[in-house]
Design a protein around this ligand. Structure first.
Ligand code: 8Y7
Length: 281
């Protein structure tokens, strides 16, 4: 299958797709507070759509280490006006970045057609909500919880352990009635992983194929770039684009990024060189 049906809107996966990040939070690591007002958030999403984004990921809670947890109500107050406006104003699918079943339900009712859950539907009630809502879901691997996940994470075989986790979550989804064709899996770069773990995961990304689900990655502006190159968040564009291309080369079908225009250009070039990439999956 080369596309995902996101509540009636198609996400074409015959070539690598770009998911534009829209954080409506006061405290996200690279753009916290920038798009907190609905007007600013909507303007940023329209810009990303113009730059060639394939899907917009709307999030109302920061997952960065030490971020303050927000209530479902607060999260909904932030994201719902934006989800509704985007659904009305752009033809792209809108993704809701949340782990809370209440937020999933309300966002899909407001027009969201994709669920991006960094907890892989492990929160109480999330699996049932996602099953009912009948939209594609991204299951992401995270070791531990955001507050403590970077405290000396250890793995014997990081790629194997991440793969096993995702396989188990796929099985849980299958038992609940969500087929693998409606699921996207994500190794969760930076979520309970050192620089070395992240690099090993990227190098071994192809091992996540064969689970029956497409692969999504988030590498944009992440601290692994800061660690590898000694660059602050504002100077991670070029490395982020390079990582997006490497991920595509390793089989990623969706890349979640802040800088849509440059990533779209780079991936179009990649697709021009590898036009038959979709047949390899
Ligand atoms: C990811 C993500 C974040 C990721 C998926 C950031 C919400 C930190 N990272 N979702 N969310 N994958 N699926 O750097 O890697 O944007 S938050």
């Amino acid at each position: 299958m080369t596309f995902l049906d996101c509540g009636g809107r198609k996400l074409d996966l015959s070539r690598p797709a770009v998911m534009g990040i829209l954080n409506i939070t006061p405290d996200s690591f690279s753009d916290g507070g920038v798009f907190l007002s609905p007007e600013k958030a909507i303007a940023q999403a329209l810009l990303m759509a113009e730059e060639g984004a394939d899907i917009i990921d709307v999030g109302g809670e920061s997952t960065r280490p030490g971020a303050r947890p927000v209530s479902a109500q607060e999260e909904m107050d932030r994201v719902l006006p934006v989800v509704e406006a985007l659904h009305a104003r752009i033809p792209l699918p809108v993704s809701i970045d949340t782990s809370k079943p209440e937020v999933m339900r309300a966002a899909v009712a407001a027009g969201a057609g994709f669920i991006n859950d960094v907890q892989a539907l492990r929160a109480y009630g999330a699996l049932a909500a996602a099953t009912e809502l009948n939209v594609p879901v991204c299951l992401m691997h995270m070791r531990g919880e955001p507050r403590t996940m970077q405290d000396d994470p250890r793995y014997a075989d990081v790629t194997g352990e991440v793969r096993n986790f995702l396989k188990q979550r796929l099985e849980a989804c299958g038992n609940a009635g969500i087929p693998a064709s409606r699921i996207v899996v994500d190794p969760g770069f930076g979520f309970g992983k050192t620089l070395e773990h992240n690099i090993e995961l990227l190098r071994g990304l192809k091992k996540l194929q064969g689970l029956g689900a497409s692969v999504l990655v988030g590498l944009s502006r992440k601290s692994m770039i800061g660690k590898a190159l000694g660059l602050p968040v504002a100077q991670r564009l070029h490395a982020s684009v390079a990582l997006a291309v490497m991920a595509a080369q390793q089989g990623a079908r969706i890349v979640r990024v802040h800088d849509v225009g440059p990533t779209v250009e780079a991936l179009r070039m990649w697709a021009a060189v590898y036009p038959d990439s979709s047949k390899e999956q």
